[in-house]
Write a protein that binds this ligand. Structure first.
Ligand code: PLP
Length: 392
């Protein structure tokens, strides 16, 4: 078979994604799409704001010469300057355009960062549950993801992280607000992690890089705020995108922000720019860069996601589901009423409700509900959720 052994194995390991997709398509063909309650994908269902749409139309209809050509691999300087200004305003950190690389989404940004920092055999500590692609991304660049548990409320377990760190540890990769749990790590947790990494870096004689994946930073509820990683830890790098907060997932735009105070920041920046090029991205999409430049704050209406979180959370807990209330992102990660989360997700499927087993995120015994769907989908699904827990 021409497909490599490793990729054949990856296909098998990620098969539940394909399975959900195939089962969903089958159910929709059989019963009609409106009868199937699909909570399986983190694809925002809110439209980009009217201002954002206008900015895209304006950027696309610009007739100036050369604007569709290559540009510096890091992206348009004016766009990077706008991004840096926003970070300065939001996080109170000193950063300018020289420390920003525009990327093909957060997924592209993570690959650029991992390629820049990992040597073959290096380890990346990842609190679980986690965004399922991390394991593959780390492997892409010769590394190994080391999964560590979090506490019962999904907050960071610093003791577990400490035990996982060893001389092979190149980086720690965190994601807050978290997919799949909706957890936002507190300032205390982040400060504790920063002190731990400073101490362990000295102990093992190498700088541990803290990579913070933040595509949901703007999506938080009840005035919860996301601590600044750049402020908390010197050897830090933030990756993010406009996929979720501006609802531009298909347009593939994100960025890397490197901490200017990192030891060897200049070389790291050169590495990031080179990796953006040699991974084949070359540069982030030109029209979209110009479109977001003036619309960075045109975030979709977070109140709609909050309403959906409240509706689903209060309904499910009233039916008896156990669930940590999400503080951000648009996912709910309840405990599976059956120990076997795959079996419970199968039972929900019989009620035409599509969710994803926690096992796929390194969180067996739970299941993920992506509530970036319409109010009607949520309302329509509630009877099925109630029946399913009663049946078990
Ligand atoms: C935690 C997390 N990181 C990264 C990504 C990738 O985002 P992008 O579409 O910007 O590549 C996602 C997408 O769902 C995500 O949930």
């Amino acid at each position: 078979m021409p497909v490599s052994t490793k990729i054949s194995d990856f296909i098998r390991r990620s098969s539940w994604i394909r399975k959900m997709f195939e089962e969903g398509a089958k159910l929709k063909a059989q019963h009609g799409p409106e009868k199937v309650f699909d909570f399986s994908l983190g694809n925002p269902n809110l439209e980009p704001s009217p201002a954002m749409k206008k900015a895209i139309a304006n950027a696309a209809s610009d007739t100036a010469r050369g604007i569709h050509g290559y540009m510096p691999n890091a992206g348009f300087p004016s766009v990077r300057a706008a991004v840096a200004k926003k970070i300065r305003e939001d996080e109170g950190v000193e950063i300018d355009q020289n420390w920003i690389v525009m990327t093909v989404g957060a997924g592209g940004a993570l690959n650029v960062v991992l390629k820049t920092f990992l040597n073959d055999g290096d380890e990346v500590v990842v609190p679980k549950p986690f965004f399922v692609e991390y394991v593959f991304y780390v492997d892409n660049h010769g590394g190994k993801a080391v999964q560590v548990p979090t506490k019962g409320d999904f907050s960071l377990d610093l003791n577990a992280m400490e035990q996982a760190i060893n001389p092979n540890t190149a980086a720690v990769l965190i994601n807050s607000p978290n997919n799949p749990t909706g957890k936002v790590y507190s300032q205390q947790d982040i400060d504790g992690l920063a002190r731990l990494l400073e101490r362990k870096s000295k102990e093992i004689g190498r700088t541990i890089v803290l990579i913070s994946d933040e595509p949901y930073r703007a999506i938080t509820y009840d005035r919860v705020t996301v601590p600044s990683i750049l402020k908390a830890y010197t050897s830090s790098v933030v990756v993010t995108s406009f996929s979720k907060d501006l609802s531009l997932a298909g347009e593939r735009l994100g960025y890397v922000a490197l901490n200017p105070s990192m030891d060897g920041a200049g070389a790291a920046m050169e590495g990031l720019v080179l990796c953006n090029r040699i991974l084949g991205f070359v540069n982030a999409p030109a029209i979209m860069q110009r479109a977001v430049q003036g619309a960075l704050r045109d975030v979709v209406d977070i109140g709609v996601y909050k309403r959906r979180r409240d509706l689903l959370y209060s309904a499910l807990t009233s039916f008896g589901y156990e669930c940590v209330k999400p503080e951000g992102a648009f996912y709910l990660f309840p405990k599976s009423p059956l120990e076997d989360d795959v079996a419970f997700v199968g039972l929900l499927q019989k009620k035409l409700i599509l969710t994803v087993p926690g096992s796929g995120f390194g969180g067996p015994g739970y299941f993920r509900i992506a509530y970036c769907v319409s109010d009607e989908t949520i309302q329509g699904s509630l009877a099925g959720f109630e029946e399913a827990i009663k049946e078990v």
